[in-house]
Design a protein. Structure first.
Length: 609
């Protein structure tokens, strides 16, 4: 939907269209010179559109003739002028429509002043537009696949499963839980120099695998696969098998290198050189990452660097990958991302780019404008009702919603929040339900989340004890069956209910308990309406009243309602503006309610819409 203020000097009738390529859609006048138009494009990729407006002389003539006719004034000259305009348009129109216009002109010449809407529409299309005004710039619209708006991600370290062939065996389990994307951290060779040991220790033993983000060794770099995972043939086979399970394989792209990366030997100029001639390793004082060299985007050889980095994406696209999670894009050149993503999407408009940028809001939003499809965000640290309400109102009720898509992750290999550390299994259930219902897109760091792994490396840290980033973990997910059942049920609800497949309709509702948050999502096309009520306290049962905005939903205050809880399959009846809830975190800390209105037919048979 596009709106604009459009007017011209004088009292003539104005017309306007939205122009999209060689197609156009008419705009309609609202009030006070405000106009609105809508257009639909289904082709993936970047589209340009603008507005064109002009004085519609035929409609001005039509209006004025009608006024004179009602005033019983002489209109002979006006009929001649109208016939002339119709004849000029007939000369510009295709054969069939030209005949209709010429017939209308002939009728005017006989004194028949009736001009129906069909003729008006033909004149809109074929009459000459004298001195049209065009908006001074073309506006951009990016059409992306449905996966950009609605997706569920599952993160897994393939080396903890074994080889790529071993990973194929878990595909049905992950797909069976309802996930769309299986995301792998870096799968490349890992450097030996300064390799980190368990729990990020500076010394590594001979059998310690190192961090997958310390990319590159004698065995290759960003276009290579760690030999322990298999071959390229194995990887392509995994991508094919994942597709059969309706899963997309996503890869982590981290533009950084270990000291053993081939780039360090072949392109030392791509790194920051210290005065003593050594290469600057990554630091975030007091933390030091001697096993990682950041890339210097200010190098004089930036053009060759840009081409090479873009070629990494293209290389994996050629292996069948269409979804990428990009590590710390805010620490790289913004201009590079704009160029890289736009040129890749010109050839591959189906690509998805997830920005892992936990940084200042304006930088996160700017990355979205540069082309990133989705973004990590502050959701992991928004725990209280007021925080959640304020943050998601910003994301869904301001201009941010036009370009920024939040992907909600309650945990990652880098983030184990205090809420999860001290809340036990109820905290994991609560954060999962919030992520999957507040956001149309969400993800979990899989096995660790399923098993409610909540031990930090040390007090005050958000790092996991025995983090999978530095060692191979063999997870026994058979212990997670109850969590898996919940995940499957929620993901099934997301797929069945269109209301949960977008974020723009999110509205929060009043509750009289600060530990209870309530919100609704709706889909106007299907009239689907889902209400979520969550107990934010993982330790205690919370009770309270939720106020429903019945008028906005087209429901009367005395209408009988049925609530179907998609989490427990319970059904109950209600009438009135407020509902009472009591949520025990040890049982199920939330309601996921589908609202149905009670209807009585002429035959006195009761049912629910």
């Amino acid at each position: 939907m596009v709106e604009a203020d459009i007017f011209a000097d004088g009292h003539e009738v104005v017309s306007a269209v939205l122009k999209v390529g060689d197609r156009e859609w008419p705009m309609k006048a609202l009030v006070n010179d405000r106009w609105r138009g809508e257009f639909t494009v289904s082709e993936l990729g970047l589209h340009s559109y603008t507005i064109e407006a002009w004085v519609n002389h035929f409609e001005t003539w039509r209006r004025d003739v009608e006024k004179k006719r009602k005033a019983e004034m002489e209109i002979g000259s006006e009929l001649l002028a109208g016939a002339q305009m119709l004849e000029h348009a007939a000369a510009r129109a295709p054969k069939t429509e030209s005949r209709e216009l010429q017939d209308a002109a002939n009728r005017l010449l006989t004194g028949d002043v009736a001009v129906d809407e069909r003729i008006s529409q033909l004149m809109f299309r074929h009459a000459e537009r004298l001195f049209p005004a065009r908006y001074e710039r073309d506006l951009k619209l990016l059409v992306e696949p449905e996966l950009a708006r609605f997706s569920a991600w599952y993160e897994m370290f393939p080396r903890s499963v074994g080889t790529f062939r071993d990973c194929e065996r878990v595909l049905p389990e992950i797909a069976g839980m309802g996930f769309d994307i299986l995301y792998f951290p870096p799968i490349h060779p890992i450097g030996q120099s300064f390799r980190k040991g368990p729990n990020n220790r500076l010394e590594a033993g001979p059998n310690d695998p190192g961090s997958p983000w310390a990319i590159g060794s004698e065995e290759g770099g960003h276009k290579s696969i760690h030999p322990a995972l298999g071959t390229f043939e194995d990887f392509r086979h995994l991508v094919t098998e994942a597709t059969k399970s309706n899963l997309h394989i996503a890869l982590d792209i981290a533009f950084q290198c270990s000291p053993d990366h081939p780039y360090v030997r072949e392109h030392k100029q791509w790194f920051r050189i210290r005065p003593d001639g050594s290469i600057q390793y990554a630091e975030n004082p007091p933390k030091k990452y001697q096993d990682i060299y950041p890339i210097n985007f200010e190098t004089d050889d930036w053009q060759a660097l840009w081409e090479e980095l873009r070629s990494i994406f293209q290389f994996w696209i050629d292996q069948g990958v269409k979804v990428f999670r990009v590590d710390n894009p805010h620490t790289k050149s913004f201009r590079f991302w704009e160029w890289c993503i736009s040129t890749l999407k010109e050839k591959h408009p189906e690509l998805i780019f997830l920005s892992e940028a936990f940084t200042r809001p304006k930088m996160m939003y700017y990355l979205a404008k540069l082309g990133f499809t989705q973004s990590y965000n502050y959701f992991p640290w928004r725990n209280h009702k007021r925080e959640l309400t304020k943050y998601f109102t910003e994301l869904t009720r301001t201009q941010v919603k036009e370009y920024f898509r939040a992907n909600l992750w309650p945990n990652t290999p880098d983030i184990l929040t205090e809420y999860l550390q001290f809340g036990g299994r109820p905290a994991f259930v609560t954060r999962f339900i919030l992520a999957a219902t507040l956001g149309a897109s969400y993800g979990i760091y899989g096995p660790a989340f399923e098993l409610c792994e909540n031990k930090p490396r040390e007090p005050g840290s958000e790092e996991y004890l025995n983090s999978e980033k530095y060692e191979i973990r063999h997870w026994d997910t058979s212990k997670a069956r109850n969590m898996r059942d919940l995940i499957k049920r929620v993901n099934q609800a997301r797929r069945v209910h269109p209301a949960l497949q977008s974020d723009h309709s999110l509205e929060f509702m009043e509750t009289d308990n600060e530990q209870i948050i309530a919100y609704a999502k709706s889909d106007p096309e299907t009239t689907d309406l889902v209400v979520t009520v969550v107990n934010l306290d993982p330790h205690h049962t919370q009770r309270g009243w939720v106020s429903l905005p019945l008028e906005r939903w087209g429901i009367g205050p005395t209408d009988n309602l049925q609530f179907h809880d998609l989490l427990t399959d319970a059904r109950f009846l209600w009438s009135g503006r407020r509902i009472y809830v009591e949520l025990d975190p040890q049982f199920v800390p939330a309601h996921l309610l589908v609202l149905r209105r009670y209807v009585r037919t002429e035959r006195d048979f009761d049912y629910f819409l």
